[in-house]
Structures are given as C-alpha cells and as structure tokens.
Design a protein around this ligand. Structure first.
Ligand code: 5GP
Ligand code: MN
Length: 342
C-alpha cells in the first residue's frame, strides 16, 4: 500500500516508549470482546512501563466484559466527553485498536485526527484509512488481541511483562473474535499463543464462563423470542433473517450486548450460508451479517449498507424504516443466488 507521509519506524516507536508518555488507547464503537481485550491488554502492559495511560471507548459496552482487569479505569466518551477530549488533545501517543477508519469511533474520530499525537494502528480489518503513523496490521490475524500479543512479544520484545491481567485480556480478545477457537482464523499459531497466555495466567475456563455464561434472564428470553417468533428462513437462498423492532427491544429491557451473538444462531441452521440480524435502533437500522465459507458478507454490507467488515462477519446501517431495510436485504439475495446455493 502506498503511504503518503513519513511513517514512524519501529525503532523510533521503541525510543518513544522508552520514556514515559501520555497515552490514549481507543477502540471501536460498541466495543466487543476483542476491542476491550486488546485495549485492556495493551493498557496492562503500558502501565507497567510507567506511562500515563487511559482507555477511551466511543460508547458503552456489554456488562459481560466488565469483569476484565482495569475495567474501572476505562473512560466512556459519551459519558465523559470533556475529559476524554482533553486526554486525546494532550496525548503524545494514541493507540487505535481493532478498527481502521476513524468513522468507526464516531465523534471521537475527528478529535483523534486533530490531535498532534503519533497514532499507532493495531488492527485486522480490510482497507485501512491512512490516518496513522505506525501500523501493525494483518487481516489474517484472528483478533486485534493476537496482534497486540505479537506487538509486545515480537516487536517490542517485552513478553516478560505479560502478566496474568494482560494475558487474561488478550486471551478474551482471541477467544471471542475466533468464535471460541473455531473459525478458520484460529490457526495452530493462534492455539500456541492461547497456550502461552494460559501459561502466563489466563484462566481459560473461568474466562469462558465470565463471557458466555453471564446472561441476564431478559437476554436469554429475548434470544428465545427471536428464535421462535422472529426468525425467517429463506430456503431458496440458504439465508436466515431475524429482524427486531424498537418496541421488541424495549419489551425485553434490552441493554448493550443483549443482541450480540443472536445472528450466529440463525447461521447455525443446517444449510444456511448467510444470516442477518436487522435491528431498529433509535437513530438508524443496524445490520449484523454473517456468512460461512467464502461467501462475502462484507461485500453486501459495503455495497448496500454503507458498512463493511470481514468476509464472514460484517455490518452496516441504513436510515430507512425497518421493513424497508428487511425488504431491501431480501431483494439483494437474487444477485447472489448462485453463490448462496452452490
Ligand atoms: P457486528 O455485527 O458484530 O456489529 O460487526 C461484525 C463486524 O462487522 C465488525 O467486527 C466490523 O468489522 C464490521 N462492522 C460492523 N458494523 C460496521 C459498520 O457500520 N461499518 C463497517 N465498516 N464495519 C462494520
Ligand atoms: Mn477484532
């Protein structure tokens, strides 16, 4: 890729990190396990080096991630805008984890762009925007947390500082983004990294329980409602769709994180190659799209819903009534019929 400007070398970055810096770590809107795991993992490493570090998330995130070490130090931009803006402005380094376009961090994006800080991108999504000064980017990585591990261990050669807290956070990111080590991205190398993290103190069984067996009763009943009342299976296209209105979310007292993972149940039906969860949010309709094999979920999201993502896990949005979005999604399927029934 052609880069326009002067890039920071690893040696220069190491020199910067050798003295205390004012560091902000940020990650994408509605952070998931990898966003929080990579951010808090890097945080746990950097504080040991004597830096002044803050993690700033653009929005809140699911309660099943609140157990993570140093979660209490996270600043949520929408709740503390002035304090967050000041930290971004005064930072000397900003780490951007698990995203690669500034639009993914909402209003925080323009503040990051305007900051004089050196920006370090650690990410595994396609098509990065050219806003960074140092880039550790690999679309083959199963998680940003895997790249943070590689950054600390192989680039900074500081693996000795991966303590139990750091290991637990990085393990969480890898576990959640690899679908509990089952996606094709979960290579033998990923298993070796996970094994190292377990040796370094990550309690894999406990972490799995904290993340996946931590649902509220409302959340589980909402899932049951979606599966029995809202699931539409379009056998002609090997596609399954679940759509949810604002009223249905309210009826189940849905909170951030409650809809996460629902789309995977639709994809788990035998023969289904494409699944979408289409949700009416206050300001727009959000789509979560998943696929199996080489079917490009991200292409549909990019082409029709102003979004993107990975081949098998992507998302987008539309500013139209929910029903229109559902119908638009269905109408698109004809174009992909051959691939969907292959
Ligand atoms: P989720 O469905 O879990 O919200 O998102 C799955 C993946 O799709 C994310 O990891 C991210 O890569 C991508 N994604 C979700 N929403 C958007 C969006 O609005 N724009 C872009 N570019 N990517 C998205
Ligand atoms: Mn990720």
């Amino acid at each position: 890729m052609q880069r326009k400007k002067y890039m920071l070398t690893l040696t220069e970055l190491k020199t910067l990190l050798a003295t205390p810096q004012r560091i902000v770590i940020t990650t994408h809107h509605k952070p998931d396990g990898d966003a929080m795991g990579s951010s808090l993992g890097l945080y746990g490493y950097l504080i040991q080096k004597g830096h002044h570090v803050k993690v700033i998330t653009p929005t809140d995130y699911p309660t099943f991630l609140h157990w993570m070490p140093n979660n209490g130090d996270v600043i949520i931009f929408t709740e503390q805008q002035e304090a967050a803006a000041r930290l971004v402005e005064e930072a000397s380094l900003i780490f951007c984890l698990d995203f690669n376009t500034l639009s993914r961090i909402n209003e925080l994006g323009e503040l990051v762009r305007a900051s004089g800080a050196k920006k370090i991108m650690i990410d595994h999504h396609l098509e990065p925007e050219d806003f960074d000064d140092y880039r550790h980017w690999d679309i083959n990585a199963c998680a940003a947390a895997q790249l943070v591990y590689d950054f600390i261990v192989n680039q900074l050669q500081d693996g000795g500082l991966i303590n139990k807290d750091v290991a637990s956070c990085l393990y969480t990111g890898i576990m959640t983004d690899s679908g509990s080590f089952r996606f094709p991205s979960a290579t033998s190398e990923v298993y070796r990294i996970a094994a190292n993290l377990i040796d370094l103190g990550a309690d894999q069984s406990k972490i799995h329980e904290l993340v996946y067996d931590n649902s509220s009763e409302n959340r589980l009943r909402f899932l049951g409602y979606c599966l029995s009342n809202k699931l539409e299976v379009l056998r002609d296209y090997n596609t399954a769709i679940i759509s949810v209105t604002k009223e249905e979310l309210a009826q189940y007292h849905s909170i951030t994180g409650d809809t996460e993972g629902v789309v995977n149940y639709a994809l788990s039906i035998n023969g289904i190659r494409l699944a979408a969860l289409i949700i009416e949010r206050p300001d727009k309709v959000k789509l979560s799209v998943r696929s199996t094999g080489d079917f490009p979920a991200n292409e549909i999201c990019k082409k029709y819903f102003n979004g993107g993502g990975h081949r098998n896990a992507a998302g987008g949005a539309a500013e139209k009534p929910l029903n229109d979005v559902v119908n638009e999604f269905k109408s698109i399927l004809a174009e992909y019929k051959e691939q969907l029934i292959a």
